[in-house]
Design a protein around this ligand. Structure first.
Ligand SMILES: [Zn+2]
Length: 141
């Protein structure tokens, strides 16, 4: 289960809506408490994909490393990655699976007509052959 606090959630939704109609991406920082991941911070990152960004995102490895370092400096962990799907549902695509890492949660935000619509979280397996849905809690307001 992954729960996102109000402040990082606002950051994620704002980043997704601002980047529309392109895909956005970013890092989620927080703590793991027993079997629950609590996201307390979100860091918007650049979509570094050189092609059509409406359908794809790419993270720079150095940006992810910097986010990981920032998390550690504050006694937090890098919990996962978020990205948006403009005018598309929050599913985990073949490309998403191919670019995934099994130790992170992947939150996908669906943005329709420039407004946040819904979100899902996914846990890719080690072989990157499938990703199960993970229970996701975000502030409903
Ligand atoms: Zn995607």
């Amino acid at each position: 289960m992954i729960e996102i606090e109000a402040s990082p959630w606002r950051t994620m939704v704002a980043h997704a809506e601002r980047t529309y109609p392109n895909e956005c991406c970013g890092a989620m920082l927080g703590r793991v408490v027993e079997d629950k991941k609590l996201v307390t911070d979100a860091v918007p990152l650049d979509n570094a994909f050189k092609g059509e960004q409406a359908e794809r995102y790419e993270l720079r490895p150095e940006d992810l490393l910097a986010a990981d370092r920032a998390a550690r400096d504050r006694g937090l962990d890098l919990i996962g990655i978020f990205h948006s799907h403009p005018d598309c549902d929050a599913y985990f695509s073949e490309t998403d699976l191919k670019n995934s890492c099994p130790w992170y949660s992947f939150v996908v935000l669906s943005v329709k007509n420039n407004k946040f619509d819904h979100a899902n979280s996914f846990l890719p397996d080690i072989e990157q052959t499938r990703a199960d849905t993970e229970e996701l809690i975000w502030p409903k307001s």
